[in-house]
Write a protein that binds this ligand. Sequence first.
Ligand code: ZN
Length: 252
Amino acid sequence: MTRIRGKTIYEAECCGRQYAATSYASMNFMCSELWSDGWREGSLMPDSDGLWQCGCGQYHYWYLHMRQIGLSAQSDLPHLNLVPEHRLPQCIEQTRGTLLEVYARLAYWRSQNHEYREAFYALREAQQLIAKRDESDWHLANPDTRTWWQKLKGKPAPAYPHAAPKPIAMPAFTPSALQVENMQQLCELLTADSDGDSDLLIVAELQRQLGQFSASLLTLQQVPEDRSDEIHALIRHLAEAGNPAPGWVQGW
Ligand SMILES: [Zn+2]
């Protein structure tokens, strides 16, 4: 489980401003759903894009360029808050040409996919409601008419014939011009300045969401075997099916 130990006090190298950040005694990285773009639904941990803005205007990535100056149970110092989603376009403009632009674009990409996630969750809920209604209709049509004697003899009650679970329908995915532009830029940045295998998986996913299925499958082939996890398999499956929509697997 995630346990909080207190506050860690940091000093920003840019201007010397001090901040308090939650200090974790233990961390729980579980989530209910893990999405193909790396989004963790229902996670207890803050998301991994980790961009925040100092009071002087400078952007930072997590605690890079921060000096840890102490620990405290309580602190009135301002907290490090991640850049809110609506400010990400501005953050991209201000970080152009730096490594931070990649993090800002990654966060923007994931936040722009939230609309799709909401459409998916609404469709899933509707599908579950229909399944429940079918089951209660069936029970109304097939009431338990056993006599006390039949019950005593162990005759089973009528049981609803559960069918194999239907795959959850995926709404169509039509990225906006803004989404496409951001994904293309991100693909270029990650390909130009790759720092290894994790980038390749992201590039494959971006290519798939852009509808470039053959390119996505080619990129996936370059991911080493030991990095071939469930997300790798999910991206491959969707690329082979010619589906550009964000996908998900059950979290853990
Ligand atoms: Zn500063």
